[in-house]
Ligand binder design. Structure first.
Ligand SMILES: [Zn+2]
Ligand SMILES: [Zn+2]
Length: 652
C-alpha cells in the first residue's frame, strides 16, 4: 500500500501521508468551532490518524464538521455527557458510570450513585462541569485490547462498563481520556473541553439498567448543549414557552376537556372542547362535499374474524380492546394467535369496516373512485405509561377516509389530497408543511418493480403539485408506500399529522373487485388518508401552536359580555343574546366582580371579544370592545360590533 493518500477537501485534491492526522488534511479551512471531521462519510475525531479511517482506500473525502451543524451538535452533546460523567465522579466518589447517549435536543447519562441524584444536585454538577470545561482538558482517544479494558474498568469498580465491554465482539476497544478521567466510548469527541461552553442540566429520573425492570434502578440526568450561548438560550426559552402552552394546562384553564382514572387515556370533552372538535369536523365535512367524499358510520365492535382477515389480529391485537361474544358467555377471551375464532374486538381503525361498505354493492369501474369517510371513535389499548394528554390517547376520532380506485386513478386522487393538505394547514395557521415519501421496507408484499411503480406515482403527484419532498427510505408500510406530512409548530417542533398511503393488501385480503370497462374482474387499490390525523392529537398541536389563541371560527367562546355593575345586568344579557342571535358563541359574565378580574378570567379562557357594558353604554345602547389581542375601542353600536365580528375570516 502506498504511504500516501489523496484527500478531497472542498473539491480540492491533496496528497498527504497516510499516517497524518485528520486535522492535517483540513489545514487551511477555518478552524473556529471546528469540532470533528467527516472522513468518507463517517464523523471522526480531528486527532485520528487518516489511515485508521480510510482503510484501504486511496482517495477519501474529508469535510470539516463545525459545532453548529447537526453532526457537530451531536459531537458537542455527546462530549458534554462525558463532561457531566467526569464532574459527577469527582463530586460523588463511588458513583459508577453506565451509558450516556445523545437524544433529540440533548443527552442523558445513567449513573449508579451511592444515593440517587435529585434536581438539587444539578447546579453543583453544572458548576463543576463549567470548571472542567474552562480547564481546557485535552480529549484523547486510546485503543486497548478488550482484556486490558476489562481489567482497567474492573480495577476501578466499574462493573457496568465491564458488562458492556464483555458484550463487544471487537478485539480492541476505544477509551477516551480527559485529564486523569476516562470512559469507554466509540467517540467521536471534541478536541478539548473548552469547546463545551453552552450546556444546561435539566432533570433527573430513575431508569432501569438496560431498560429492564428486573435490573438495578439507575439515576439518569438529562441535559442539553449547543454550539453557542445564544442557541442554548433560545432553546431554553422555547422549552419554557412549551411548558406555558402545554395543552393539558391550557385545556384545563380554557375548560376544554379532562381525563379521569375511570377511563385512562380517554378524554372527557367539556362543552367548549367539543366546540373545537365539532368545528374541525364541520370544516372537513365542507371539504368532503367539495372533493366528492361520502360519509358513513360503521360499527364500533366487530367479530374478531374480521381483524383476522385484515391482518390486525396478527399484527395489532395487543393494542386492541377485546370483548366477549354475548351469546357465547362461556367462551373466555383468547388473546392467542387462534383467538380470533370467537369473541369481538373494538375497532382500532376504520379500514377493515370500510371494505364492507365497498362490498355492499357490486362495483364497476363507473363507481370508482369511491371515497368513504368516517369520524367514528376508535379505541387503542396503548400502554398506560405512554399516555400523554391528547397526544397519546386510547380513544380518538380521525378525519379518516379510504379511497377505492383503479391503478390509473391513483395519481389524481393523491394530487387532490395534497391540495387538501395544503389548504387545510394554511387555513389553520401553519406556515410550513413538509412532505416525505416513505418507501419499500423489509419485509414487504409484492415485487420490487411494483413498489418502484407505486412510489413513482406518489412522487409524480407531489411533483405535479410542485411539492419538494424527502425520501424516508424503508419506512413505508409492508403493503404499500406512503406520503408522510409534517408540520413544524410555533415552538419549532415537528409533528407528523397527515398521511396518504397506498394499500394493495386489504383489497386482496377482503377479495374486493370491480368490473372493468372490458368486463373483466379487477382489484381496486385502496388509499388510506387523513389530513388532520387524530382529532385529539391535532387539537393538542393546535392549542400548543397558538397558545390557545385559536382562529376566531374555532374559539369555543367567541365573545363574553362583561357587566360593570348590577344595574346593567339586563342590558348585558340583551347584548349577549343579540350576539348569539347573529350566530356567534357568546356568554354574559354578570358576577358582582371588578372589571379587572373579569377581564383576566376572559383572557385566561382566551375569549377573543370582551364586550364591556356600563351605565353609559346601557343609556346610549352601545358597547366598549376589548380584544384579546390588546386593541380597545370606545362606544360602538351593537350593529357596528356585529359587523366587526362578521368580518373575522372563516375557513374557505
Ligand atoms: Zn463518548
Ligand atoms: Zn385506513
Amino acid at each position: 500500500m502506498s504511504s500516501e493518500l489523496t484527500v478531497l477537501v472542498g473539491g480540492e485534491r491533496r496528497v498527504i501521508a497516510r499516517t497524518a492526522r485528520v486535522r492535517e488534511a483540513l489545514a487551511g479551512v477555518p478552524s473556529k468551532d471546528l469540532v470533528a471531521a467527516k472522513v468518507a462519510g463517517k464523523v471522526v475525531d480531528l486527532s485520528r490518524p487518516l489511515d485508521a479511517v480510510a482503510g484501504a482506500d486511496t482517495t477519501v473525502e474529508v469535510e470539516p464538521v463545525y459545532a453548529d451543524s447537526p453532526a457537530g451538535l451531536e459531537v458537542i452533546r455527546h462530549s458534554t455527557a462525558h463532561l457531566m460523567a467526569m464532574a459527577v465522579q469527582q463530586l460523588f466518589p463511588g458513583t459508577q458510570v453506565t451509558i450516556g447517549p445523545v437524544i433529540e435536543d440533548g443527552f442523558f447519562y445513567d449513573f449508579a450513585p451511592p444515593t440517587p441524584f435529585t434536581v438539587d444536585d444539578l447546579p453543583k454538577i453544572e458548576a463543576k462541569m463549567k470548571e472542567l470545561a474552562k480547564a481546557d482538558l485535552k480529549v484523547e482517544r486510546v485503543e486497548v485490547s478488550r482484556a486490558e479494558a476489562i481489567k482497567t474498568f474492573g480495577d476501578m469498580g466499574e462493573k457496568y462498563k465491564v458488562e458492556i465491554i464483555n458484550g463487544i465482539a471487537d478485539p480492541t476497544v476505544s477509551i477516551y481520556k480527559e485529564g486523569e478521567w476516562m470512559d469507554l466510548c466509540r467517540g467521536p469527541h471534541v478536541p478539548s473541553t473548552r469547546y463545551l461552553r453552552a450546556f444546561k442540566l435539566q432533570s433527573v429520573a430513575g431508569a432501569y439498567w438496560r431498560g429492564d425492570e428486573h435490573n438495578a434502578m439507575l439515576s439518569r440526568i438529562y441535559g442539553t448543549a449547543f454550539a453557542s450561548k445564544e442557541a442554548l438560550e433560545e432553546h431554553l426559552a422555547l422549552l419554557e414557552l412549551a411548558r406555558n402552552r402545554d395543552h393539558r394546562k391550557l385545556g384545563r384553564e380554557m375548560g376544554l376537556f379532562f381525563f379521569d382514572p375511570i377511563s385512562p387515556g380517554c378524554p372527557f370533552y367539556l362543552p367548549k372542547g367539543l366546540v373545537i372538535f365539532n368545528e374541525l369536523i364541520d370544516y372537513m365535512r365542507r371539504l368532503y362535499r367539495r372533493y366528492g367524499y361520502q360519509e358513513v358510520v360503521t360499527p364500533l365492535v366487530f367479530k374478531n374474524e374480521m381483524f383476522h382477515t385484515s391482518g390486525h389480529w396478527e399484527n395489532f391485537r395487543e393494542n386492541m380492546f377485546l370483548t366477549l361474544d354475548p351469546e357465547a358467555p362461556d367462551m373466555k377471551i383468547d388473546t392467542g394467535p387462534e383467538g380470533w375464532h370467537h369473541g369481538y374486538g373494538v375497532k382500532p381503525m376504520n379500514c377493515p369496516g370500510h371494505t364492507f361498505i365497498y362490498r355492499a354493492e357490486k362495483r364497476s369501474y363507473r363507481d370508482l373512485p369511491l371515497r368513504v369517510a368516517e369520524f367514528s371513535r376508535l379505541h387503542r389499548a396503548e400502554r398506560s405509561g405512554t399516555l400523554h394528554g391528547l397526544t397519546r390517547v386510547r380513544a380518538m376520532s380521525q378525519d379518516d377516509a379510504h379511497i377505492f380506485c383503479t391503478e390509473a386513478q391513483i395519481e389524481d386522487e393523491v394530487t387532490a389530497n395534497l391540495k387538501m393538505v395544503r389548504d387545510v394547514y394554511a387555513t389553520l395557521g401553519f406556515e410550513r408543511v413538509e412532505f416525505k415519501l416513505a418507501t419499500m421496507p423489509e419485509p414487504h408484499m409484492g415485487t420490487e418493480e411494483q413498489w418502484r411503480m407505486s412510489e413513482g406515482k406518489l412522487a409524480n403527484a407531489m411533483e405535479r403539485n410542485e411539492i419538494a419532498f424527502e425520501i424516508n427510505p424503508g419506512e413505508g408500510a409492508f403493503y404499500g408506500p406512503k406520503i408522510e406530512i409534517y408540520v413544524p409548530d410555533a415552538l419549532k417542533r415537528k409533528w407528523q399529522v397527515a398521511t396518504i398511503q397506498l394499500d394493495y393488501n386489504l383489497p386482496e385480503r377482503f377479495d374486493l373487485t370491480y368490473t372493468s370497462s372490458a368486463g373483466a374482474e379487477e382489484r381496486p387499490v385502496m388509499i388510506h388518508r387523513a389530513i388532520l390525523g387524530s382529532l385529539e392529537r391535532f387539537i393538542a398541536v393546535l392549542i400548543e401552536h397558538t397558545g390557545g389563541v385559536l382562529p376566531f371560527w374555532l374559539a369555543p367562546e367567541q365573545a363574553r359580555v362583561l357587566s360593570l355593575s348590577e344595574k346593567v345586568e339586563d342590558y348585558a344579557r340583551e347584548v349577549s343574546d343579540l350576539v348569539r342571535r347573529a350566530s356567534f358563541r357568546a356568554e354574559p359574565d354578570l358576577r358582582n366582580e371588578k372589571l379587572g378580574f373579569k377581564v383576566r378570567e376572559a383572557e385566561v379562557a382566551k375569549v377573543p371579544y370582551m364586550i364591556v357594558v356600563g351605565e353609559r353604554e346601557a343609556a346610549e345602547r352601545t358597547v366598549s370592545l376589548r380584544l384579546l389581542r390588546g386593541a380597545k375601542s370606545q362606544a360602538l353600536s351593537i350593529e357596528n360590533l356585529l359587523d366587526i365580528m362578521r368580518k373575522e375570516p372563516l375557513p374557505a
